[in-house]
Design a protein around this ligand. Structure first.
Ligand code: FAD
Length: 178
């Protein structure tokens, strides 16, 4: 399929995808709808026109509604990916920042991590780590961006799979005490 833009319409009966300029008959399609936070964000005045919520990156306090903090996919976190691990890192930092705000102390220094794992086989995974900091009121990623490796290193990939399982256990334990 050529890349002539976003899918604008899907006709299930004829199995056709329509873009602005062309139509494509397809057997299988994975159509991802435009992504935006849930209705709560615009309904509460937290979101901009485009649907995402601007925040102070040092505290995740909304730039539109004081004393409300927005973390995770809904917030505009600049260079940070919209990922579960990024959301957890923001949650930890945000909780500490709220604690500091409530006690009139200085919020902790801002540093975030994220890691996304993608399994290529049950015991082999790729890992995409990221480190982030706040500079000039924006979240930036000082280091180089993690890229897909040219060749799969099986030793590293099996280490990643173990790390992914540990990460999942840890995050589940923290979130649900299980
Ligand atoms: C296919 C797919 C694969 C992914 N793979 C990875 C991965 O490998 N690693 C990774 O780190 N991330 C991955 N992600 C991203 C990750 O799932 C999200 O970044 C993460 O879930 C964001 O967490 P969140 O809490 O911000 O939002 P969500 O997980 O979307 O949680 C928001 C919750 O709020 C609830 N809600 C909405 N409106 C209301 C309301 N009015 N009242 C009460 N509740 C409400 C929703 O039902 C939902 O449960 C993936 C995402 C997708 C879609």
């Amino acid at each position: 399929m050529t890349q002539d833009g976003a899918v604008e319409r899907v006709d299930l009966r004829s199995r056709t995808l329509f873009t602005a300029a062309f139509s494509y008959r397809i057997d299988v399609a994975n159509v991802i709808p435009p992504q935006a936070p849930g209705e709560l964000a615009p309904a509460t005045g937290l979101a901009e026109e485009h649907g995402w919520c601007p925040v102070d990156p040092s505290t995740f306090e909304s730039r539109r509604v004081p004393r409300v903090h927005v973390i995770g996919d809904a917030c505009i976190a600049d260079a940070m990916p919209k990922s579960g691990s990024a959301a957890v890192s923001q949650a930890r930092h945000c909780a500490a920042a709220i604690g500091a705000l409530l006690t009139d102390s200085v919020p902790p220094a801002t540093a975030f991590d994220s890691v996304c794992y993608a399994h290529v086989a049950p015991a082999l995974a790729l890992a995409f780590p990221g480190h982030f900091a706040v500079e000039d009121d924006r979240i930036v990623s000082p280091g180089p961006r993690a890229a897909l490796p040219a060749r799969l290193d099986r030793v590293e990939a099996s280490r990643n799979a173990v790390a992914a399982a540990r990460w999942y256990q840890a995050i589940r334990g923290e979130a649900f005490a299980s």
